[in-house]
Design a binder for this molecule. Structure first.
Ligand SMILES: NC(=O)c1ccc[n+]([C@@H]2O[C@H](COP(=O)([O-])OP(=O)(O)OC[C@H]3O[C@@H](n4cnc5c(N)ncnc54)[C@H](O)[C@@H]3O)[C@@H](O)[C@H]2O)c1
Ligand SMILES: [Zn+2]
Length: 271
Protein backbone atom coordinates (compact mmCIF):
# COMPACT_ATOMS: atom_id res chain seq x y z
CA UNK A 1 0.00 0.00 0.00
CA UNK A 2 2.87 2.40 0.75
CA UNK A 3 4.20 1.72 -2.74
CA UNK A 4 0.82 2.73 -4.21
CA UNK A 5 0.71 5.92 -2.19
CA UNK A 6 4.22 7.14 -3.01
CA UNK A 7 3.62 7.88 -6.75
CA UNK A 8 0.36 9.69 -5.90
CA UNK A 9 2.31 11.97 -3.58
CA UNK A 10 5.14 12.43 -6.07
CA UNK A 11 2.78 13.46 -8.87
CA UNK A 12 0.52 15.65 -6.75
CA UNK A 13 0.17 19.27 -7.83
CA UNK A 14 -2.35 19.89 -5.08
CA UNK A 15 -2.74 18.47 -1.58
CA UNK A 16 -5.99 18.32 0.34
CA UNK A 17 -5.31 17.22 3.90
CA UNK A 18 -8.39 15.96 5.71
CA UNK A 19 -8.04 15.12 9.40
CA UNK A 20 -10.09 13.89 12.34
CA UNK A 21 -9.25 13.31 15.99
CA UNK A 22 -6.91 10.40 15.12
CA UNK A 23 -4.45 12.91 13.61
CA UNK A 24 -3.69 14.12 17.13
CA UNK A 25 -3.12 10.67 18.63
CA UNK A 26 0.56 10.53 17.65
CA UNK A 27 1.04 13.95 19.29
CA UNK A 28 -0.28 12.36 22.49
CA UNK A 29 -3.88 13.66 22.26
CA UNK A 30 -6.85 11.41 22.96
CA UNK A 31 -9.51 10.70 20.35
CA UNK A 32 -12.94 10.28 21.91
CA UNK A 33 -13.77 6.99 20.34
CA UNK A 34 -16.71 5.53 22.23
CA UNK A 35 -17.46 6.16 25.89
CA UNK A 36 -14.48 4.02 26.89
CA UNK A 37 -12.01 6.16 24.97
CA UNK A 38 -13.52 9.33 26.36
CA UNK A 39 -13.56 8.05 29.94
CA UNK A 40 -9.95 6.87 29.74
CA UNK A 41 -9.00 10.42 28.84
CA UNK A 42 -11.35 11.94 31.44
CA UNK A 43 -11.81 9.68 34.51
CA UNK A 44 -13.76 12.45 36.29
CA UNK A 45 -16.55 12.18 33.68
CA UNK A 46 -16.49 8.41 33.99
CA UNK A 47 -17.28 8.79 37.70
CA UNK A 48 -20.14 11.13 36.81
CA UNK A 49 -21.36 8.79 34.04
CA UNK A 50 -21.16 11.59 31.44
CA UNK A 51 -20.39 10.95 27.75
CA UNK A 52 -18.56 13.23 25.29
CA UNK A 53 -21.87 14.53 23.95
CA UNK A 54 -23.11 15.20 27.52
CA UNK A 55 -20.01 17.34 28.19
CA UNK A 56 -19.81 19.02 24.78
CA UNK A 57 -23.10 20.81 25.36
CA UNK A 58 -23.53 24.59 25.20
CA UNK A 59 -26.23 24.55 27.90
CA UNK A 60 -23.55 24.13 30.60
CA UNK A 61 -22.22 27.63 29.92
CA UNK A 62 -25.63 29.00 30.95
CA UNK A 63 -26.57 26.53 33.71
CA UNK A 64 -23.22 25.75 35.31
CA UNK A 65 -20.42 27.75 33.60
CA UNK A 66 -17.69 26.41 35.87
CA UNK A 67 -18.56 22.91 34.60
CA UNK A 68 -18.77 24.05 30.96
CA UNK A 69 -15.40 25.80 31.20
CA UNK A 70 -13.97 22.79 33.07
CA UNK A 71 -14.08 20.68 29.92
CA UNK A 72 -13.13 23.39 27.45
CA UNK A 73 -10.58 25.06 29.73
CA UNK A 74 -8.85 21.73 30.19
CA UNK A 75 -8.79 21.18 26.42
CA UNK A 76 -7.54 24.76 25.83
CA UNK A 77 -4.62 24.07 28.15
CA UNK A 78 -3.96 20.62 26.68
CA UNK A 79 -3.91 21.79 23.06
CA UNK A 80 -1.72 24.77 23.96
CA UNK A 81 0.99 22.57 25.39
CA UNK A 82 0.79 19.90 22.65
CA UNK A 83 3.57 19.78 20.06
CA UNK A 84 2.38 18.60 16.62
CA UNK A 85 4.05 15.29 15.68
CA UNK A 86 6.51 14.94 12.79
CA UNK A 87 3.77 13.86 10.37
CA UNK A 88 2.53 17.46 10.11
CA UNK A 89 6.00 18.53 8.96
CA UNK A 90 6.45 15.64 6.52
CA UNK A 91 3.38 16.70 4.54
CA UNK A 92 4.50 20.33 4.65
CA UNK A 93 7.88 19.30 3.29
CA UNK A 94 6.20 17.49 0.35
CA UNK A 95 4.05 20.55 -0.39
CA UNK A 96 7.04 22.90 -0.36
CA UNK A 97 9.32 20.61 -2.36
CA UNK A 98 6.75 20.20 -5.11
CA UNK A 99 5.67 23.84 -5.08
CA UNK A 100 2.14 22.48 -4.62
CA UNK A 101 -0.95 24.28 -3.41
CA UNK A 102 -2.84 22.88 -0.41
CA UNK A 103 -5.86 23.12 1.83
CA UNK A 104 -6.55 21.50 5.21
CA UNK A 105 -10.06 20.39 6.22
CA UNK A 106 -10.35 19.20 9.81
CA UNK A 107 -12.97 18.43 12.43
CA UNK A 108 -10.35 19.03 15.09
CA UNK A 109 -10.72 22.17 17.13
CA UNK A 110 -7.18 21.99 18.50
CA UNK A 111 -5.33 24.44 16.20
CA UNK A 112 -2.49 21.95 15.61
CA UNK A 113 -2.18 22.65 11.86
CA UNK A 114 -1.65 26.37 12.50
CA UNK A 115 0.85 25.46 15.18
CA UNK A 116 2.76 23.29 12.68
CA UNK A 117 3.02 26.26 10.29
CA UNK A 118 0.06 25.76 7.93
CA UNK A 119 -1.44 29.09 6.81
CA UNK A 120 -4.62 30.15 8.57
CA UNK A 121 -6.27 31.05 5.24
CA UNK A 122 -5.63 27.50 3.96
CA UNK A 123 -7.56 25.76 6.75
CA UNK A 124 -11.24 24.86 7.12
CA UNK A 125 -12.12 23.95 10.70
CA UNK A 126 -15.57 22.46 10.17
CA UNK A 127 -16.43 22.37 13.88
CA UNK A 128 -14.72 25.63 14.80
CA UNK A 129 -11.69 26.24 16.98
CA UNK A 130 -10.83 26.29 20.65
CA UNK A 131 -8.66 29.30 19.89
CA UNK A 132 -11.73 31.47 19.22
CA UNK A 133 -14.42 32.60 21.63
CA UNK A 134 -17.94 33.99 21.29
CA UNK A 135 -20.70 35.16 23.61
CA UNK A 136 -22.84 32.27 24.86
CA UNK A 137 -26.13 34.15 24.27
CA UNK A 138 -24.77 35.38 21.74
CA UNK A 139 -25.34 39.14 22.10
CA UNK A 140 -23.56 39.91 18.81
CA UNK A 141 -21.76 38.12 16.00
CA UNK A 142 -18.31 38.89 17.46
CA UNK A 143 -15.71 36.11 17.46
CA UNK A 144 -12.41 36.81 19.19
CA UNK A 145 -9.06 35.23 20.01
CA UNK A 146 -8.94 32.93 23.05
CA UNK A 147 -6.14 34.40 25.17
CA UNK A 148 -7.77 33.30 28.43
CA UNK A 149 -5.98 31.53 31.24
CA UNK A 150 -8.41 29.00 32.71
CA UNK A 151 -7.49 26.96 35.76
CA UNK A 152 -9.22 23.60 36.01
CA UNK A 153 -9.35 21.16 38.94
CA UNK A 154 -8.82 17.81 37.21
CA UNK A 155 -10.53 15.86 40.00
CA UNK A 156 -13.82 17.66 39.58
CA UNK A 157 -13.28 19.04 36.05
CA UNK A 158 -14.54 22.40 37.27
CA UNK A 159 -12.92 25.70 36.27
CA UNK A 160 -11.96 28.28 38.86
CA UNK A 161 -13.47 31.76 38.80
CA UNK A 162 -13.09 34.28 37.23
CA UNK A 163 -14.36 32.66 34.01
CA UNK A 164 -13.89 34.08 30.49
CA UNK A 165 -16.51 36.70 29.68
CA UNK A 166 -18.04 38.39 26.65
CA UNK A 167 -16.33 41.69 25.91
CA UNK A 168 -19.64 43.31 24.94
CA UNK A 169 -22.27 42.23 27.48
CA UNK A 170 -20.22 40.68 30.33
CA UNK A 171 -22.01 37.32 30.08
CA UNK A 172 -19.84 34.16 30.33
CA UNK A 173 -18.29 33.42 26.94
CA UNK A 174 -17.73 30.02 25.29
CA UNK A 175 -15.48 28.55 22.60
CA UNK A 176 -16.62 29.12 19.02
CA UNK A 177 -16.98 25.35 18.61
CA UNK A 178 -20.01 23.52 17.27
CA UNK A 179 -21.28 21.45 20.21
CA UNK A 180 -24.19 18.99 20.46
CA UNK A 181 -27.69 20.50 20.26
CA UNK A 182 -26.03 23.83 19.61
CA UNK A 183 -28.32 26.66 18.43
CA UNK A 184 -26.07 29.54 19.49
CA UNK A 185 -22.86 28.62 17.66
CA UNK A 186 -21.76 31.42 15.33
CA UNK A 187 -20.83 29.87 11.97
CA UNK A 188 -19.59 33.10 10.33
CA UNK A 189 -15.89 32.25 10.53
CA UNK A 190 -16.47 28.76 9.10
CA UNK A 191 -18.55 30.21 6.25
CA UNK A 192 -15.56 32.33 5.21
CA UNK A 193 -13.30 29.26 5.38
CA UNK A 194 -15.83 27.16 3.39
CA UNK A 195 -16.00 29.82 0.72
CA UNK A 196 -12.18 29.85 0.44
CA UNK A 197 -12.13 26.03 0.19
CA UNK A 198 -14.80 25.98 -2.58
CA UNK A 199 -12.82 28.56 -4.51
CA UNK A 200 -9.65 26.52 -4.05
CA UNK A 201 -11.33 23.35 -5.36
CA UNK A 202 -12.77 25.12 -8.39
CA UNK A 203 -9.38 26.62 -9.24
CA UNK A 204 -7.64 23.22 -8.98
CA UNK A 205 -10.35 20.93 -10.37
CA UNK A 206 -8.29 19.55 -13.25
CA UNK A 207 -4.96 19.14 -11.51
CA UNK A 208 -3.51 16.06 -9.82
CA UNK A 209 -4.98 16.12 -6.31
CA UNK A 210 -3.70 13.95 -3.46
CA UNK A 211 -6.23 13.80 -0.64
CA UNK A 212 -4.45 12.61 2.50
CA UNK A 213 -7.04 11.65 5.10
CA UNK A 214 -5.87 10.81 8.60
CA UNK A 215 -7.68 9.73 11.73
CA UNK A 216 -11.21 10.51 10.58
CA UNK A 217 -13.78 8.33 12.32
CA UNK A 218 -17.05 7.06 10.87
CA UNK A 219 -19.24 8.03 13.86
CA UNK A 220 -19.37 11.68 12.76
CA UNK A 221 -18.57 11.18 9.07
CA UNK A 222 -18.11 14.80 7.90
CA UNK A 223 -14.40 14.47 7.16
CA UNK A 224 -14.63 11.05 5.50
CA UNK A 225 -17.47 12.35 3.31
CA UNK A 226 -15.37 15.36 2.29
CA UNK A 227 -12.47 13.12 1.20
CA UNK A 228 -14.80 10.80 -0.72
CA UNK A 229 -16.63 13.64 -2.43
CA UNK A 230 -13.35 14.95 -3.82
CA UNK A 231 -12.11 11.45 -4.65
CA UNK A 232 -15.19 10.53 -6.65
CA UNK A 233 -15.99 13.89 -8.25
CA UNK A 234 -12.59 15.05 -9.44
CA UNK A 235 -11.05 13.04 -12.23
CA UNK A 236 -7.43 13.36 -11.13
CA UNK A 237 -7.96 13.02 -7.39
CA UNK A 238 -6.86 10.06 -5.28
CA UNK A 239 -7.68 9.61 -1.60
CA UNK A 240 -5.11 8.04 0.73
CA UNK A 241 -7.03 7.04 3.86
CA UNK A 242 -4.74 6.44 6.84
CA UNK A 243 -6.54 4.92 9.82
CA UNK A 244 -5.53 1.94 11.99
CA UNK A 245 -9.08 0.78 12.75
CA UNK A 246 -11.36 1.92 9.94
CA UNK A 247 -9.25 2.37 6.80
CA UNK A 248 -11.78 1.01 4.24
CA UNK A 249 -12.16 2.88 0.95
CA UNK A 250 -12.88 1.56 -2.55
CA UNK A 251 -10.13 1.37 -5.18
CA UNK A 252 -8.59 3.21 -6.92
CA UNK A 253 -8.37 5.05 -3.63
CA UNK A 254 -5.79 3.79 -1.18
CA UNK A 255 -6.40 2.33 2.25
CA UNK A 256 -3.58 2.36 4.81
CA UNK A 257 -4.40 0.50 8.05
CA UNK A 258 -1.85 2.19 10.32
CA UNK A 259 -1.31 5.29 12.42
CA UNK A 260 -0.86 8.69 10.74
CA UNK A 261 2.77 9.20 11.69
CA UNK A 262 3.78 5.65 10.80
CA UNK A 263 2.04 5.86 7.40
CA UNK A 264 3.57 9.22 6.52
CA UNK A 265 7.07 8.11 7.54
CA UNK A 266 6.79 4.97 5.40
CA UNK A 267 5.60 6.89 2.34
CA UNK A 268 8.36 9.45 2.89
CA UNK A 269 11.00 6.71 2.82
CA UNK A 270 9.83 5.73 -0.66
CA UNK A 271 9.94 9.22 -2.16
N1 LIG B 1 -8.08 17.18 18.87
C1 LIG B 1 -9.33 17.56 18.68
O1 LIG B 1 -9.60 18.68 18.28
C2 LIG B 1 -10.42 16.57 18.95
C3 LIG B 1 -10.18 15.46 19.72
C4 LIG B 1 -11.21 14.57 19.94
C5 LIG B 1 -12.45 14.78 19.37
N2 LIG B 1 -12.67 15.89 18.63
C6 LIG B 1 -14.00 16.08 18.01
O2 LIG B 1 -14.79 14.95 18.24
C7 LIG B 1 -15.42 14.47 17.04
C8 LIG B 1 -14.96 13.03 16.83
O3 LIG B 1 -14.83 12.66 15.51
P1 LIG B 1 -13.51 12.06 14.84
O4 LIG B 1 -13.93 11.22 13.70
O5 LIG B 1 -12.58 13.14 14.57
O6 LIG B 1 -12.87 11.17 15.98
P2 LIG B 1 -13.18 9.73 16.52
O7 LIG B 1 -12.62 9.76 17.90
O8 LIG B 1 -14.56 9.28 16.28
O9 LIG B 1 -12.27 8.81 15.57
C9 LIG B 1 -10.89 8.85 15.60
C10 LIG B 1 -10.37 8.04 14.42
O10 LIG B 1 -8.96 8.08 14.47
C11 LIG B 1 -8.44 6.78 14.23
N3 LIG B 1 -7.13 6.72 14.85
C12 LIG B 1 -6.78 6.31 16.11
N4 LIG B 1 -5.46 6.41 16.29
C13 LIG B 1 -4.93 6.90 15.14
C14 LIG B 1 -3.63 7.23 14.71
N5 LIG B 1 -2.57 7.07 15.51
N6 LIG B 1 -3.47 7.71 13.46
C15 LIG B 1 -4.53 7.88 12.63
N7 LIG B 1 -5.80 7.57 12.98
C16 LIG B 1 -5.99 7.10 14.23
C17 LIG B 1 -9.49 5.84 14.79
O11 LIG B 1 -9.43 4.59 14.17
C18 LIG B 1 -10.79 6.58 14.46
O12 LIG B 1 -11.26 6.21 13.19
C19 LIG B 1 -14.98 15.39 15.95
O13 LIG B 1 -16.06 16.20 15.67
C20 LIG B 1 -13.87 16.22 16.52
O14 LIG B 1 -14.08 17.59 16.25
C21 LIG B 1 -11.67 16.79 18.41
ZN1 LIG C 1 -22.30 39.02 24.96
Amino acid sequence: MFEYAAPIIREAEVFVITAGAGMGVDSGLPDFRGDKGFWNAYPAYSRLGLSFSDCANPQHFADDPSFGWGFYGHRTNLYRKTVPHAGFHIIKKWIERQGADYFVVTSNVDGQFQKAGYADDRILEVHGSINRLQCQKPCSSSIWQNDEVVLVDENTMRARHPLPRCQDCGEVSRPNILMFGDWSWLPDRIHIQEHAFDKFLKANANRHIAVIEMGAGSAIPTIRATSERIGWNFENATVIRINPREPEIKAPHISMPCGALEGLLKIDELL
